[in-house]
Design a protein around this ligand. Sequence first.
Ligand SMILES: Nc1ncnc2c1ncn2[C@@H]1O[C@H](COP(=O)(O)OP(=O)(O)OP(=O)(O)O)[C@@H](O)[C@H]1O
Length: 353
Amino acid sequence: MSDLYLKIDLQHPEFHLEIDRRIPLSGLTAIFGPSGAGKSTLLRIIAGFERGAGHVAFGDETWEDGRRFVPPHRRQIATVFQEPRLFGHLDVEANLAYAARRNGQTVAQPALIDRFDLGPLLRRRTEALSGGEAQRVALARALLTRPRLILMDEPLAALDHARRGEILPHIESLRDEARIPILYVSHSLSEVARLATQVLALDRGRVTGLGPAAEILAEAAVRPGFVGTEPGSLIVARVTGMTEDGLCELGFSGGTILTPEAMGSTGAPVRLFIRARDVMLARTRPEGLSALNILPARVEAVTPLDAAAAEVALDCGGTALRARITRRSVAALDIAPGTECHAILKTVALARD
Ligand SMILES: Nc1ncnc2c1ncn2[C@@H]1O[C@H](COP(=O)(O)OP(=O)(O)OP(=O)(O)O)[C@@H](O)[C@H]1O
């Protein structure tokens, strides 16, 4: 396992990035924070696209310090951006062959073509691909260069929800099987909750947290505004199976959650972020409701947020769940600490922003 050592002091007119950290790299490290936090700038410095920011070392190799600068193409890194940046006039096979040649190979590796389901696309011109297909080609191409580190900057941001669902399992398998550390820039809490092994939280050019994903995200979830996201709850679950009608079953301490999204194979750990405003409450189990997920819960605390809204902290079989409802509903349902109730999750809240 290699460490990344960063001692950065970069001053732009309106922005100061200041980091002094050693980051142990394994699995997927999400660089996470609100817009303008400095995430992309940090990734560009690590890639070598931005120069003069300080000291950057990977393992025992210094990539940049006051005297030395290793250019991007000599760092053995691969980059995947929001836009796939393929050669539009070439077909998929030729795009892969180009990357393979640059790496001293003559043919694209069949295992990679299988891993990213590219077989049926090989003869297609890349300009005719959907966003999700093109991003799969970009991921395969990144691996063909045999990188020691993969840098991804919001690779799902340009895709719609369905396409994101298509790509997420590929990024998960890359994280779990390729044994190449990934640095992944995102401002999407749900994406980070699903993908990250560890999280480097950034805010206004400073590191505000570094550690295992569940720890840092749980902190983000209970501190409103911690990373510029809205309040919600982190649920740690595991894929337990599929229903006959194609829903994925996720088991956690509070019961089972169903989602139409593909979340990986049985046994796969999954983290979900449920926004507080996507949780409704009922005193009795509602019937005739289209919501898939209704979970028994007990009220722990009720905190007024403003004149109209309140936050209700729930215990859902040992998992903390937060609901944001109106104070009128709190009064109408007579909700107080100790109340047994049912939490209704709107399905759209799962693994989404
Ligand atoms: N070359 C530059 N000159 C001046 N300011 C810059 C330059 N590059 C970035 N900035 C500023 O640095 C800050 C951080 O930008 P950066 O793109 O790294 O943020 P980010 O966290 O990736 O945001 P987003 O999620 O919106 O992409 C911004 O305020 C941006 O305007």
